[in-house]
Design a protein around this ligand. Structure first.
Ligand SMILES: Nc1ncnc2c1ncn2[C@@H]1O[C@H](COP(=O)(O)OP(=O)(O)O)[C@@H](O)[C@H]1O
Ligand SMILES: [Mg+2]
Length: 332
């Protein structure tokens, strides 16, 4: 699906959503989010294929250096966002967004609901056009989805009619990988996320945690150099969430990439991020960037370190004033 068609469908869905939300009082956004994710999955992978780029065919089952995206010199940013601004019609979502992510760095982004976190990730994935500024992945200017960038969605973005195996294979197939390559890689990534034995299961048969493991395997199978995670653990229960956070850290240690991890959980941001970016305001902009000077690999013990508590409090106090204002805000 061309990106323009995806964008038109998404805007139509959003208009419907707003209209229905007004009538029913249901949270705006909840009705079409899942559907929007399908559009994103298809748009991203189709655009990469149309651009003629395909997943490399390494000799081994999994290549030693994941990253079909534009190459990066040592010390150079893998993702670079400069002066970024985005509006939907009269709604200015964010402005003056500037940050970089190194090749082996996790940057967590926190901010209140509606501040534009998903919009920002979609712009970085090339699924939405931005209005001002520029985004680069490696040296490549992002104007549409590019190979080497993969996204993991809040509501998993899985196709309900496909099994785990087929969902993971889908990304590779769309990216133009050969059947032999798919047969070799899919089991490796299913095992990596702990889903071995569940290849034939359908999403409806699995818990939220298992579904998100599948979403993660689909993204990892593309061997991306950039992983964009949009509140990936927000839809699972607290215990599963904690398990998945440490699983993600384990996988990242095994295959480090540049990662942007969007969350509204302060604890999650501090646990996962090398740096935490706090988005605030209407339109939002970067209020503060906090370096999380806690050594990797992080474990459950990290949660008990005094420095962890200090940094969590710092991010919390930065966000708190905004949260109070948001709670008592009336839409006009
Ligand atoms: N396709 C769209 N068309 C119009 N407005 C949108 C669209 N997508 C999101 N919005 C609005 O933009 C703002 C930011 O949304 P979003 O990026 O989803 O925020 P977050 O992910 O931080 O909750 C919200 O006010 C939302 O209603
Ligand atoms: Mg969001």
């Amino acid at each position: 699906m061309p990106v323009a068609a995806g964008l038109a469908l998404r805007q139509h869905a959003h208009r419907l959503d707003t209209a229905v939300g007004r009538r029913t009082g249901k949270t705006q956004g909840a009705l079409t989010t899942r559907w929007e994710e399908f559009v994103d999955v298809v748009s991203a992978l189709a655009a990469i294929r149309t651009a003629g780029s395909c997943v490399s065919a390494p000799q081994s089952a999994v290549s030693a250096n994941p990253s079909p995206a534009a190459s990066v010199e040592k010390g150079e940013a893998r993702i670079s966002v400069k002066g970024l601004g985005k509006r939907y019609g009269s709604l200015e979502v964010f402005r003056n967004i500037d940050f970089e992510v190194e090749a082996r760095e996790i940057v967590a982004i926190v901010g209140p609901s509606g501040c534009g976190k998903t919009t920002l990730l979609r712009c970085i994935d090339g699924l939405l056009p931005h209005d001002v500024g520029e985004i680069r992945v490696g040296k490549e200017l992002v104007t549409e989805p590019i190979a080497g960038v993969a996204m993991v969605f809040q509501h998993f973005g899985l196709f309900p009619w496909k099994t785990v195996y087929e969902n993971v294979a889908y990304g590779l197939r769309m990216a133009g990988a050969s059947k032999a390559d798919i047969d070799r890689k899919v089991p490796v990534f299913i095992k990596m996320v702990g889903l071995a034995g569940f290849e034939k299961a359908f999403p409806y048969q699995m818990s939220g945690g298992m579904q998100q493991r599948c979403g993660l395997a689909r993204a990892l199978a593309l061997e991306p150099s950039v992983l964009l995670m949009d509140e990936p653990f927000a839809a699972v229960d607290a215990q599963t969430r904690e398990i998945l956070q440490f699983e993600l850290l384990r996988i990242w240690e095994e295959r480090p990439t540049a990662m942007i991890f969007v969350t509204h959980s302060i604890e999650e941001a501090v646990l996962l991020g090398h740096r935490v970016i706090v988005l605030k305001g209407r339109p939002s902009s970067i209020h503060e960037t906090i370096t999380i000077d806690i050594a990797h690999p992080r474990t459950r013990d990290t949660l008990r370190e005094p420095r962890f508590a200090e940094l969590r409090e710092r991010v919390w106090s930065t966000l708190m004033r905004e949260a109070r204002e948001a709670e008592f805000h009336l839409d006009r």
